[in-house]
Design a protein around this ligand. Structure first.
Ligand SMILES: [Zn+2]
Length: 336
């Protein structure tokens, strides 16, 4: 059948053709059903994903005690951190009835040491790890006295005084090391009288950190870097078992990478080391019940009297590190 063009129509009928626009029927019922099905599929997928994620987390919880070495995959790392964010893991310990002083070294205008670029400050790393340790200790029911929980500064004598006044049972100072050369790893410093409780505390912390994964275990060390006849101030002026953890070299890329990747695990490692020590020395039993009525003190550690004026003079003298041999530099410069 021939259809007329508009012109032909107009010639014949003397008017423009009226074209009826055929209205398309919209099948709303079909659209709604399709939408419902789509929403159903999306909800199903979300639930399935949540199920898979919770399964992975569940598996990971069971693996918390498995030793992670340096080559632990970043996937395991991610699982652990997401697990921590949820904070739904059962605590390894609970109701631990003792007090610990956690000291994030340096702070405020005292940045501590820095990386080679001079952009990464020790004080910030110290605070980060200190807050992680605090998180775990509090989860375990331990009473935590924080020397600082922000970017503030306390003098060394004020730090010791705070711990002594709080009758803390243990004192752990957290630092990062530095060296202009090829040295990496973790070491823990204890008073040069080699007191048993302090050494136990240092060993437990170091062993746990090594199990998480560190570039090198540099061992428990006594005295002060390059000079075993003097001590770090905090190891000389605290009455309770104490140690100073140098958690890797901020001047070494590998140590910074490990620090950043294992921050949470390092925090737990230090916290677990502290609790293990409390149990090992008979401060509390496995259930956390306190066995000692008094504050835990370090019996063999000769504690300096911070009231003495000679102590005040000695502490301000920076350590002259001998760089003629292979002694590395530390910027702690805090000795007694
Ligand atoms: Zn430091």
């Amino acid at each position: 059948m021939n259809t007329l063009s508009d012109e032909e129509f107009e010639q014949i009928y003397g008017r423009k053709p009226v074209r009826r626009v055929k209205k398309k029927k919209i099948y709303w019922n079909r659209i709604i059903i399709a939408l419902i099905i789509l929403i159903g599929i999306i909800i199903g997928l979300v639930k399935l994903t949540a199920l898979v994620v919770s399964k992975i987390r569940g598996d990971n919880t069971q693996n918390t005690n498995i030793v992670l070495n340096n080559t632990s995959s970043s996937k395991a790392e991610k699982d652990t951190s997401s697990e921590e964010e949820k904070d739904d893991t059962p605590a390894k310990y609970s109701n631990m009835d003792f007090t610990v002083c956690i000291d994030a070294g340096h702070g405020d205008y005292d940045g501590g040491t820095t990386d080679a670029a001079g952009t990464r400050y020790e004080k910030d790393d110290n605070l980060k790890i200190a807050l992680e340790v605090q998180k775990y200790l509090e989860k375990y029911g331990v009473n935590v006295v924080m020397i600082r929980d922000d970017d503030s500064f306390l003098e060394l004598d004020e730090r010791c005084e705070k711990a002594n006044n709080a009758k803390a049972d243990m004192y752990v100072s957290l630092h990062r090391n530095s060296y202009d050369g090829d040295i990496s790893g973790v070491e823990v410093w204890v008073n040069n009288s080699e007191p048993a409780y302090d050494t136990k505390l240092a060993e437990n912390i170091l062993n746990n950190l090594a199990q998480v994964g560190i570039s090198e275990n540099r061992g428990v060390q006594y005295g002060y870097v390059g000079n075993p006849s003097v001590n770090y101030y905090i190891n000389a002026d605290t009455v309770m078992p104490s140690c100073l953890v140098e958690l890797g070299f901020i001047t070494e890329e590998i140590d910074n990478k490990l620090f950043d990747e294992h921050l949470t695990e390092y925090g737990q490692a230090v916290a677990d080391g502290i609790v293990q020590t409390a149990i090992d020395v008979g401060l509390v039993d496995e259930s956390g019940k306190r066995l000692m009525s008094d504050q835990l003190i370090s019996p063999e550690k000769p504690v300096n009297n911070s009231d003495s004026s000679s102590a005040a003079v000695a502490m301000t003298e920076p350590m002259q590190t001998d760089t003629s041999n292979d002694v590395y530099n530390t910027q702690e410069n805090e000795w007694y």
